[in-house]
Design a protein around this ligand. Structure first.
Ligand code: NAD
Length: 485
């Protein structure tokens, strides 16, 4: 659901609670819409801005404080900027201002520190955009019901920024989208103000590469691709991100930066589809695809391992490829390869349920009807609490359609949140991990391989375990009640 920011409501609601913080939110002392700095009379607007970014006398605003926006806010604050997070969700705003995290993989202490030092605050008051110098947009880019790009969040954010746009502002879109969005959608909305991109304000696209739960890489250590609407915008956005992340990679346009992000995610979607297809083929031949991949990846060049699973999940891989296929139609180009990958990945939950039914049939001589099935892992990937597009939700629905009773266990998800695709599942609660309960199930299906699960105990207590992640083998359990799917 698209919630339009309501500046008045947000300001009224939060002014009182955040009074101390808000009093600091006057436009940055040397903002370029004010009189030029007298000691820097010969400097161009870019040079003045560059100097202010270098000495951190600018305020960075981030619109959308979700899985992407929140880590970015923290990275900008730890780089020495004053940061304001904007969101339409007052719960998130209140939690940030109280120094609390709402994402399990981000510790509250990381938020409380910059809030305590008055370097970070959050607000629903979008009037405050005029007081920040850089505005980074991290709002959702989902698909519509007809699986077409839904840019309503990006458009409404640009419309919200426009009345507050001023000389010297840097606007950066980070939301994943089709090539051309920044120039064709965001820029015209901002230029309707009469201000010109590249002259009065600066406009860029920089794709987010956040990988929640991945402890090897942080926002700071992942190289950042940036593309400007013009040369000066590219230079200014590079100045900003170079101070936040270790490496910035500049490209020639916003379009190239947008395409780079889609290419990364399409590369993953297609390769995952390939190993999913290989899994089905090899399984029919009695070959373990995971063993094959382990062997193949010993080749020191020309092979990148991807792993099969119960289907695609998350906000990116199942969605982003369709931003490109939609845009390609404008050029009368069909995207068969990408569509085929989507088809194969979409079929994976059906394949898993079929394997479960056959395994129950063989091991217990019973069908799915009235069977008690435990789904392990509702999050779409390990060690995070994100259930968006999770194939586990599809698995529950498919298994229940066959007449079984399904429970779930997930150390990261206590309740299934509302989703557009699976409204019936909203509110279901995670069951407890108790030996007597586990042994009452006919089968368990491992949909997500969270680390904080005792797979050995699971396999000892549940008569049949269908493993879509090969995690039992990795945990050293090779009992014959485990079926890979
Ligand atoms: N989640 C990831 O791992 C990931 C990785 C790379 C790129 N991305 C891309 O980044 C973008 C954001 O994804 P996310 O996962 O952070 O989404 P999210 O749903 O976690 O967060 C989006 C935030 O934006 C807020 N919001 C919605 N409309 C708003 C508006 N009009 N004004 C202000 N705030 C608004 C929501 O309340 C929410 O807090 C998407 O385009 C996504 O494809 C996500």
């Amino acid at each position: 659901m698209l919630i339009k920011p309501s500046p008045k409501d947000g300001c009224l609601k939060h002014d009182g609670a955040e009074g101390a913080h808000f009093s600091r939110l006057t436009p940055t002392a040397a903002s370029p819409h004010q009189k030029s700095d007298p000691v820097l009379p010969m400097m161009t607007l870019f040079e003045q801005l560059e100097a202010r970014y270098h000495n951190r006398s600018v305020t960075v605003g981030v619109v959308g404080m979700g899985y992407v926006g929140l880590p970015l806010i923290l990275a900008a604050a730890s780089a020495g900027y004053r940061v304001v997070g904007f969101d339409v969700d007052p719960r998130k705003v209140d939690m940030i201002n109280a120094g609390n995290s709402y994402l399990k993989h981000i510790e509250s202490g990381h938020i409380a520190a910059p809030v305590g030092q008055a370097r970070l605050r959050a607000t629903t008051c979008f009037d405050d955009i005029k007081a920040v110098d850089a505005i980074i947009i991290c709002v959702p880019t989902p698909l519509t019901r007809n699986r077409e790009p839904d840019l309503s969040f990006v458009e409404s954010t640009a419309q919200t920024i426009a009345p507050h746009l001023r000389k010297g502002h840097l606007v950066v879109l980070e939301s994943t989208t089709w090539p051309g969005t920044t120039a064709e959608i965001v820029k015209p909305i901002l230029e309707r103000t009469g201000l010109r991109s590249g002259e009065d304000f600066f406009l860029a696209f920089s794709p987010e590469r956040e990988d929640p739960g991945n402890s090897e890489f942080s926002t700071r250590t992942i190289p950042k691709v940036v593309g400007g609407d013009d040369v000066t915008s590219c230079k200014l956005v590079s100045v900003l991100y170079s101070s936040i992340v270790e490496k910035v990679v500049t490209v020639s346009s916003t379009k190239v930066a947008e395409a780079a992000k889609l290419t990364e995610n399409i590369f993953r979607a297609v390769n995952i589809a390939l190993v999913n297809e290989l899994k089905v083929i090899y399984d029919a031949m009695g070959i373990d695809v995971w063993e094959v991949i382990e062997a193949a990846k010993t080749k020191p060049f020309g092979f990148t391992p991807f792993y099969p699973g119960p289907g695609l999940g998350g906000h990116c891989i199942p969605i982003d490829p369709f931003y490109l296929t939609w845009k390609a139609r404008e050029y009368e180009i069909s995207t068969r390869f990408i569509e085929l990958a989507g088809e194969i990945n979409t079929l994976m939950p059906y394949y898993v349920v079929d394997k479960l039914a056959r395994a129950l049939d063989h091991s217990a001589g019973r069908g799915l009807r009235h069977a008690r099935i435990l789904i392990l892992g509702i999050a779409y990937k390990k060690n995070v609490d994100d259930t968006r597009e999770s194939p586990a939700l599809k698995l529950i629905e498919l298994i229940e359609t066959r007449g079984a009773n399904v429970d779930f266990y997930d150390p990261y998800v206590s309740v299934i949140p509302p989703t557009r695709e699976h409204p019936r599942l909203a509110g279901r609660q995670c069951v407890s991990w108790a030996a007597k309960d586990l042994s009452s199930y006919d089968a368990a299906v491992i949909a997500t391989d969270h680390d904080a699960v005792d797979y050995r105990e699971l396999c000892q207590l549940v008569p049949l375990v269908v493993d879509t992640r090969n995690v039992c083998a990795r945990a050293g359990w090779s009992g014959n009640n485990v079926v890979k799917a």
